[in-house]
Ligand binder design. Sequence first.
Ligand SMILES: *[C@@H]1O[C@H](CO)[C@@H](O)[C@H](O)[C@H]1NC(C)=O
Ligand SMILES: *[C@@H]1O[C@H](CO)[C@@H](O)[C@H](O)[C@H]1NC(C)=O
Ligand SMILES: *[C@@H]1O[C@H](CO)[C@@H](O)[C@H](O)[C@H]1NC(C)=O
Length: 754
Amino acid sequence: MWPGFICCLFAGLALATLPGSENVEYTYTVRGRTFASLHEVSDSYSGILYKAILRIQPKSDNKWIGQIRDPKYSQVHSMLSEGWHTHIPDGEVSWKPIEFSLKPFEVILSNGVITDLVIDQEVSNWESNMIKGIMSQFQLDLKGSRRIDSEMGSSETGIPSVFKTMEETVTGNTETLYEINELPEYLLQSEEYDYLKDRQGRVMEVVKHKNFSNYVELPSYAFGFGDLEYEIPASNKMGAFFVRSSFTRAILSGNLDKNTVHNSYTVNKIVSSPTLTDKKKGMVVSTMNVTLESFGAPKDTIPEVQNPLHVGNLVYSYERPYARSSQVHKKSPYQHRQQFDIDLERRLRASNMGKDKTLTKDKEMRKRLRRSIEQFGGSMMEEGDLSQSEENYQNRKPELNQAPESPLLPYTMAYKGVSIKKGVDVVKTVQKIAMEIGDDLQNPPKVADENTLNKFTILTSLIRVMSEEELTQAAVRLYTQSVGDAKSFAWQAFRDAVAESGTGPALLTIQNWLLTKKISSSEASQIIYAMWQSTRQPTEDYMRSSFEFIKKPEILREWPLNSTAVLSYTDLVRRVYVNKRNSEKEFPVRSFGHFRTEKGKNFVAEEVIPYLSQKLQEAISDADTYQIHTYIRAIGNIGHPLIFRAFEPYLEGKKQASQFQRLLMIMSMDKVAELYPRETRSVLFKIYQNIGETQEIRVAAVYRLMYTRPPVDMLQLMATYTNVDEHEHVNAAVKATIQEAAELEGSEPHHFEM
Ligand SMILES: *[C@@H]1O[C@H](CO)[C@@H](O)[C@H](O)[C@H]1NC(C)=O
Ligand SMILES: *[C@@H]1O[C@H](CO)[C@@H](O)[C@H](O)[C@H]1NC(C)=O
Ligand SMILES: *[C@@H]1O[C@H](CO)[C@@H](O)[C@H](O)[C@H]1NC(C)=O
């Protein structure tokens, strides 16, 4: 790609591009902005602007040395009448320097594609990500060397051309659609293209669109999307909530082999709809714009990188917000994989050339590519799965009493790439915001003003970065037994925000409040429910600590907390350990790795289910109806086939239970029926087939069977059996069920012999 170009530029520089020569420098201005807004509600935008100078000195076709100079930023909170792209004159904002090391870095290219960066080990991870962001503007695979679409013959067909590649930039390694066109001369006369005054050769426009739904590496922080069954967090669309896009337009002069980038402009957008009913959308936009200012003989040579670290590729690297040092770190497996990607592609393409035409089909090829990458230990792209190698760039799982290192959240990394805690006294700030909310709540008209809600959101986010110790300190300052005054509202706001924060420290804190009766038992149920609904990092420690908690005598005595606790906890157990799809989407597995671990699954099988079975048995022998119902439902909540073992003795009549309790057991197989239809089907079918069983139970089994999507031949069998079955209600249930099934199947009604 780019800096190799110069040979034809001017005679004086003709030798400049020979590998090893060092006498050309390109100087770019870099301008970026990131804004968040509720753009359909108001013109009010907040975010930052930044700018810098970028120097690049090409050393060879495969190596450039770069350096950033004079980086500055400015915060903006203002009304922007023309939206996020409104021009903001330099004079209207106050620029402050960004504290970067400004150490030189090296860019490694292969075939015109940026494959690696070499960064000084003393550079912060934050600065390194900034360099990746800027250098992503130069990721231009003009000759399609990473092409993935079906193609015959060579891709060096020139211009115009359209193709798809897999490409790494700061926002991920994703499918990218390229469109390359030549810009006609007359267009270039307009002012807009003033920066092209020094062009040589043809002027090319390169337009790129990233497809986030097809990715190999996709850094993201995703939480709470577990209910959107078929969407992958951070891909193009997540249900109706988020739409993500990335668009780049680059203007180059020269030809596909040798050229100069004059301008490269990228817009990344995430549009979200906060609620399904509310059509008003919010948005986060970030843009990056690099423009060539000058080039020519350099005044000085940028020195080589002193303590070189190969960072792997251009993809964003998560921060480690609480690490003592925030130095750049490596994402090693990708170096190997990249090379592998290229090799594999080459091999695939070579094999496609002559013989196997069907393989050239886009889909087939991609499938093979994926499969091979997976085998190699790369990340899987299907079903939001993650493989091991992805864990190498993930954050460590959090300690239970420490704040999790959640990446990409404003409060964990916005403060120069480290936690906001490095800059502010978080305990004091939390106390102050809680008291402000307390004041607001005393004054109802003020609450209507959205600000109070905003404050609550900020409060919750701040609590997410706090350790148990810090939460305890804040609680000591805010706790009160008074009622109905500002102080009590402040305490309630703090208490509820802790419940919603979903962290390990929040779990320990709330356990402590419940055991020391800082929360009244009527509120306790709601708090505990909210807490396990909001869980963010269900580590093994978190799950185990919660389990020990629901078993505590203090909790078991307290009604209705004893019942809510066991029901909410078992619900969480299913979402974390049993429902695989949910577990991968609801929790930030891309940042922390899987929570559904082998150890965790064994814990459910060997401890949680046996404990619940034991409690059920005790309750039955005590004839404690209320507890019996609670534990039957709790066992049902787990949703794993192992629960059949807990119910079997009662269903098979080996142990005594009332008809109603047995019925309740069948009704509680709803979750397992959805998650393990095959296993549940055979259990239910057996119950249905047992003509010695009571009608009620058989009818319940028939209705539950529907949840398991029974195959047609099973339905057929049941239909035939109605001819001899003496249980009228069962026959009616079978008919109703089959009719329903036929309707659900839609277009092709089955004809059953009854
Ligand atoms: C993006 O990728 C997904 C998954 O491979 C694919 O289904 C979809 O058609 C792609 N979208 C475009 C616009 O190419
Ligand atoms: C990018 O920056 C250049 C120079 O700073 C400016 O002329 C151009 O208008 C900018 N492009 C966009 C799309 O804002
Ligand atoms: C909850 O506590 C009440 C009162 O102590 C008791 O009657 C009830 O059986 C308990 N329920 C559970 C599920 O432990």
